[in-house]
Design a protein around this ligand. Structure first.
Ligand code: GLC
Length: 418
C-alpha cells in the first residue's frame, strides 16, 4: 500500500490546492485555515518544497497589525458558507476571521526548512519576524499564569471538546437568531457539534465583532476565557522551534528564551491534581475542565515528560483498538464519532507521536504511528476516525490527513522531524 498511498496523498494535496493556498477539503471547508495550511505545507515539502513555502507565506501575509494571525482567510467567495466574512466583520482585505488558531507554524516552517535548507533559508528569514510578532502577541495579550487563554473554542482547533462545556454554560445566546449551517449539508449531524453549542459559538463571534475585535474588551468582558492545555503545549513547542530558527539566523534569542521559561512554568498550572493529568482551566472560575484529551498528551511534544501521562496513555492503549482518542473513553461524554469528543485525529496523533519519539518513549511512539497508518490505509484520508473500530468520519479527501501521511505516518516517512 505504501507507494500507492503516498501517490494518493499527493493527489489529495494537489486536488485541494487553490494555487497559493490549500483548502482543508472541498465544500465543507472552502477557505484557508491556519493550522491546516501549516500541515499542508509540511506535506508539500515531501515532494514540492517551493509550493510548501508559498502555502506558509500566503497564510502569514494575513497577520494583523497587533501581531494576531487569524484562523481563517477568505481568499475567495463561497456562497452559502456560514459563518462567512460578513459575520466576522473584520473589515480586512482579503477578509479574515477575528480569532487565532494553534500556532504550529514555527514548528512546521522549520520542518519545511529542514526538507531543503538551501532553498528554504531566505524564506525562513522572511517569515521569522512575522512568527516572532505572532508569538509576542500571544505572550502579551493571551498568556495568564503562563498558560494560553482562548476566547473562542474555535481558536483551539478542537471545536466541541469537552474542555469548553462548563465555561460555555454562561454564554447568552438570546441574540443569535436563525441561521443555516453549512457543515450539516456535508456531514451527518451526529458527527458534528450540536445546535446548542453552535448558538454559543456564534454568540461569541458576535461579541467580538461588536467590540471591533478589541482584545482588552474581550479579555475583560467577553463571554469565554479558558486556558487551553493544547494551546499552551503547542505554543511552548513553537517557541522552542522559533528559538532554534533565531540561532540559525543569528537573531537575538533572549526574548524567546524568556517566553519558554514562562510557558514551562505555566504548563505546571495545567496539572489537575484530582485526575492527575494536564487539563484545561476556566479562567473565570478557576475550575479544571476534568477532561483528559488528546491535547493533554501533547506534553512530550512540548518537551515535558511525565510518567503519570505515560500511564494514562498505556491504559488507553490496552483499552482501545486505535490511539489516541480526543476524549478519554472512561469520560461519561465519550462519543466515538462525534468530532472532538472521542474520535482519533491524525494531526494530533502526529504531534503526540513526534513528542513521544523525541523523549525516547519508543514503544508508545511506534504504537501511535502504527495506529495512524492503519486507520489511513484502511479508509483513506478522512478528517477523523473512531478509536473503537476505525470507522472513518467527517469530511473525506482531507488535506492535513494526507499531509501527515506523507510527512510522518507513511512507511517512507521518518518518525522524527528534528
Ligand atoms: C474544524 C476543526 C479545526 C480545523 C477546521 C478546518 O473546525 O475543528 O481544527 O482547523 O475544521 O479543517
Amino acid at each position: 500500500m505504501g507507494n500507492d498511498a503516498d501517490q494518493a496523498a499527493r493527489e489529495v494535496l494537489r486536488d485541494n490546492d487553490r494555487g497559493t493556498y490549500t483548502v482543508p477539503t472541498d465544500n465543507l471547508y472552502p477557505f484557508q485555515w491556519n493550522w491546516d495550511s501549516c500541515f499542508a505545507a509540511w506535506g508539500f515539502s515531501t515532494f514540492d518544497v517551493p509550493r510548501a513555502w508559498v502555502e506558509i507565506e500566503t497564510l502569514l501575509a494575513n497577520q494583523w497589525e497587533n501581531g494576531m494571525m487569524p484562523h481563517m482567510v477568505f481568499h475567495d467567495t463561497a456562497p452559502g458558507y456560514f459563518p462567512g466574512p460578513e459575520v466576522w466583520g473584520t473589515g480586512r482585505t482579503p477578509p479574515t476571521s477575528g480569532i487565532t488558531q494553534p500556532p504550529v507554524a514555527a514548528t512546521l516552517a522549520r520542518a519545511v526548512y529542514k526538507a531543503d535548507p538551501d532553498y528554504g533559508r531566505t524564506h525562513m528569514a522572511s517569515v521569522f519576524g512575522i512568527l516572532l510578532g505572532w508569538h509576542r502577541w500571544f505572550m502579551t495579550e493571551r498568556v495568564e499564569r503562563g498558560m494560553v487563554a482562548v476566547t473562542h473554542p474555535w481558536e483551539t482547533g478542537r471545536d466541541n471538546a469537552v474542555d469548553w462545556d462548563a465555561a460555555m454554560g454562561t454564554v447568552d445566546t438570546s441574540g443569535v437568531g436563525e441561521y443555516k449551517r453549512r457543515d450539516l449539508q456535508e456531514v451527518a449531524a451526529d458527527q458534528r457539534p450540536k445546535k446548542a453549542e453552535y448558538d454559543k459559538y456564534l454568540a461569541m463571534v458576535y461579541f467580538g465583532r461588536e467590540c471591533g475585535w478589541d482584545e482588552a474588551v474581550i479579555r475583560e468582558a467577553g463571554p469565554f476565557r479558558v486556558a487551553d492545555v493544547g494551546m499552551t503545549f503547542i505554543l511552548l513547542r513553537a517557541c522552542r522551534d522559533l528559538l532554534a530558527m533565531a540561532r540559525d539566523l543569528g537573531e537575538p534569542a533572549e526574548e524567546i528564551a524568556g517566553w519558554i521559561a514562562t510557558l514551562e512554568a505555566g504548563a505546571r498550572n495545567h496539572w489537575n491534581p484530582d485526575g492527575e493529568y494536564f487539563d484545561s482551566i476556566d479562567l473565570r472560575t478557576g475550575a479544571f475542565a476534568g477532561a483528559l484529551t488528546n491535547a493533554s498528551f501533547l506534553c512530550w511534544y512540548a518537551g515535558i515528560d511525565d510518567a503519570r501521562m505515560l500511564g494514562h496513555l498505556e491504559r488507553q492503549a490496552a483499552a482501545l483498538t486505535y490511539l489516541v482518542p480526543s476524549l478519554d473513553p472512561d469520560h461519561p461524554e465519550f462519543d466515538a464519532l462525534r468530532y472532538w469528543r472521542g474520535p482519533v485525529w491524525g494531526i494530533v496523533n502526529t504531534l503526540i507521536g513526534l513528542g513521544l519519539a523525541e523523549t525516547g518513549h519508543d514503544e508508545l511512539a511506534r504504537r501511535v504511528r502504527k495506529d495512524s497508518r492503519r486507520l489511513i490505509e484502511a479508509s483513506g484520508f478522512f478528517e477523523y476516525f473512531s478509536p473503537l473500530d476505525g470507522t472513518p468520519a467527517g469530511g473525506g479527501h482531507f488535506s492535513w490527513t494526507a499531509a501527515v501521511w506523507l510527512a510522518w505516518a507513511s512507511p517512507a516517512a521518518n518518525e522524527r522531524i528534528f
